[in-house]
Design a protein around this ligand. Structure first.
Ligand code: NAI
Ligand code: MG
Length: 489
């Protein structure tokens, strides 16, 4: 590092911690010399200053990732496994500094931020195990040929992460991409970059060779688009909105590179009248509270058998109306997202939906300083309303009644998305029938659990490709077939 870059990173005169990019195993100042502040959603104060990168910084990261590519690809799976495990251990050992950075930019409740950082460690430990099972096939064409397949890395993988689970979602891509033998350039959200930068530093200290993991920060149009366009980048994984996914898919189409797209949803939570309504109500309330509904797979469309609707919604509202901002649920992470959720409240009121609880932000007290909105349940919703069709990405549940099984499935599938679903019923066979008919990549019946080990990804406009699970490692490989002619027998 030159003395110039040393001077440019570190702390600003106001004492705010400042982060450069992480390129080639060291902190690097942005080529343009500009840093952007990130803010706390809890009180809108400045949290950090983050390098505002552009194509020149992506070029530098691509050079580092390309230089590291061959040596990393030829390591044994055992070596990569050991290093990934060491990264997971480093996360556990330095949990507090990651939690602190994540909370400073997202306002997550501490228990939630800790759980997300532990799950980040788990991604590395899980793919450290999975890579030991990576194998090709032998193909028997007769005794004269020896033919087999290899799962080879693409080379440099670009990952673009959003702001709702910053390091967690980054790890979901980084761990399998590295396990498969790729080097990575990650662009975090411009709203939430600090935990990922601290993580990259820890990963290098844990022994990850320089250039294997690079983090370039900056906005989507400047740094993100340059990453997707870069010749060195041979595969891209994106998590975020449909419009940005479409822009990225357009570039990937021109460049003929594969993509994994995770674009969120409008996922149903279907409740039959014979369900355990207390458990179903707790699950629905938890969906609103968890990260304040800023979860791509949040099951926020409550599709409830008419005879049970009042009982269920009464329970859900009773849970939610007692919850305190900053204690039981966190803020909306970004200012544009806060405005967007308030816009949905207006649209719901205009459309004639009834808020059983919530439907506003906070106008007094400490919560008014931050980007908090009240957990909300809407009744008298019709399928055509915007709140029933569009991803709100806030602690907002909408309820639609049904009269029979077929109508439940029709309503569940009446969305352009298909990321996740939940079904609650006292009849497990009916639950599985519903699971098989709902067009979504993950369906949880009666509280069935999803983890690192369960494949995750969209049907329909929720995207394509799968993350998590053993299969995800194959998304970061390309198949090569090798055949040797053994000569005449
Ligand atoms: P976004 O899709 O614009 O941002 C996600 C990431 O993409 C960020 O890192 C951003 O810098 C990057 N990006 C933006 N424009 C880009 C471009 N032209 N090229 C390359 N990268 C680009 O999401 P945004 O605008 O912050 O949120 C809008 C909505 O998207 C939310 O209201 C929510 O409905 C949805 N969303 C879904 C997420 C999910 O987990 N699937 C995560 C975040 C948002
Ligand atoms: Mg956007």
């Amino acid at each position: 590092m030159t003395s110039e870059t040393l001077d440019a990173v570190g702390a600003t005169s106001s004492g705010t911690e400042r982060f450069g990019h992480w390129i080639g195993g060291r902190e690097v100042a942005p080529a343009g010399g500009v840093y952007r502040p990130t803010t706390s959603p809890v009180d809108r104060s400045v949290s950090f200053e983050i390098a505002d990168g552009d194509g020149r910084d992506v070029d530098a990261a691509a050079a580092a990732a390309s230089a590291a590519r061959h040596a990393w690809a030829v390591t044994s799976t055992a070596e990569r496994s050991e290093l990934l495990h060491a990264v997971g251990t480093a996360v556990r050992e330095n949990l507090d500094e990651l939690v602190e950075a994540e909370i400073a930019e997202t306002g997550k409740l501490i228990a939630h931020a800790r759980a997300e950082m532990l799950s980040c460690a788990d991604y590395f430990e899980y793919y450290a195990a999975v890579v030991r099972t990576l194998h090709g096939q032998t193909i028997d064409q007769g005794p004269g040929q020896h033919t087999y397949t290899r799962h080879e890395p693409f080379g440099v993988v670009g990952i673009i992460a959003p702001w709702n689970g910053p390091l967690n979602q980054a790890s979901r891509g980084i761990a399998p991409a590295l396990a498969a033998g790729n080097t990575v350039i990650l662009k975090p959200s411009e709203f939430t970059s600090a935990a990922t930068l601290r993580f990259a530093r820890l990963a290098s200290a844990a022994g990850l060779p320089h250039g294997v993991l690079n983090v370039v920060t900056g906005t989507g149009p400047a740094a993100g688009a340059a990453l997707v366009r870069h010749d060195a980048v041979r595969k891209v994984t994106f998590t975020g909105s449909v419009p940005t996914g479409q822009v990225i898919a357009g570039i990937a189409a021109e460049r003929i590179i594969p993509l994994t797209l995770e674009l969120g949803g409008k996922s149903p939570l279907v409740v039959f009248a014979d369900a355990d309504l207390d458990r179903a109500a707790r699950a629905a309330a938890a969906t609103a509270l968890m990260n304040s509904g800023q979860v791509c797979s949040a099951t926020t469309r409550l599709i409830v058998e008419r005879s049970a609707q009042d009982a269920l919604l009464g329970r859900v509202s009773a849970i939610l109306e007692r919850k305190q901002p900053g204690v039981d649920f966190g803020p909306i992470i970004t200012e544009p997202q806060f405005d967007k959720v308030l816009g949905f409240f207006e649209s719901a009121a205009e459309a004639g939906a009834t808020a059983l609880t919530g439907g506003t932000c906070y106008h007094q007290g400490p919560a008014a300083q931050g980007r908090y909105v009240a957990p909300t349940v809407y009744k008298d919703v019709t399928p055509a309303m915007r709140i029933a069709r569009e991803e709100i990405f806030g602690p907002v549940l909408v309820s639609l009644p049904f009269d029979d099984f077929d109508e439940a499935i029709t309503l569940a599938n009446d969305t352009e998305y298909g990321l996740a679903a939940a079904v609650w019923t006292g009849d497990a066979s009916r639950g599985l029938r519903a699971a098989h008919l709902i067009e979504a990549g993950q369906v949880s019946v009666n509280g069935g659990v999803m983890t690192q080990e369960t494949p995750f990804g969209g049907y329909k406009r929720s995207g394509y490709g799968r993350e998590k699970g053993a299969a995800a490692i194959y998304e970061y490989t390309q198949v090569k077939t090798v055949s040797l002619d053994l000569g005449p027998f």
